[in-house]
Design a protein around this ligand. Sequence first.
Ligand code: DX5
Ligand code: ZN
Length: 221
Amino acid sequence: KQPNVIAPSILSADFARLGEDTAKALAAGADWVHFDVMDNHYVPNLTMGPMVLKALRDYGITAPIDVHLMVRPVDRIVPDFAKAGASVISFHPEASEHVDRTIGLIKDSGCQAGLVFNPATPLNWLDHVLDKLDLVLIMSVNPGFGGQKFIPHALEKLREVRRRIDESGRAIRLEVDGGVTADNIGQIGAAGADTFVAGSAVFNAPDYRAVIEAMHKQLGA
Ligand code: DX5
Ligand code: ZN
């Protein structure tokens, strides 16, 4: 298991003051920035593209930016996000015509590659590609919106992926996204996750630092 990472999803940040609000979360102890890209096609919502990511880099955000692509098609937009300054790029296997090729494209563009599993997506998509991945992301809500409730079945999937990662002996991160709060993060970490996306739990709180510290405390760090 890798050291714990808290990655606030800026989907719940103040879009009119995105640079400021992102910097505030990082200053409050966040490790990564989770960047949700929605296309009103693969998911029923529309958010932000590579230009917004580049604007955050230009503003001075140096932390790892964890791009979660909820778009179809995937491949065409990958180089644009890499050039804009993405650190990790994750995508949904159902949204890609050729999963192995997309992973290669992300890595060739100089980024780390992640594969994302919706609540109903079976884990056998990992069978032939796990060794090529830097991260596996288990969705604990259906993608499209922040502020949804954690689906408990995700815990079983996390345990299963944790077992597969440990068997592989590789330094692959296990990330969870959706409905993560300071109240449930302890059991989510116990199920094997090491990378925790939290949108509304951080950005809707009056004190970002207090939430992030509470999360670390629940994780036993
Ligand atoms: C959902 C997004 C999540 C979302 C999480 O499609 O992928 O990253 O912002 O938000 P919360 O933490 O509020 O569930
Ligand atoms: Zn996300």
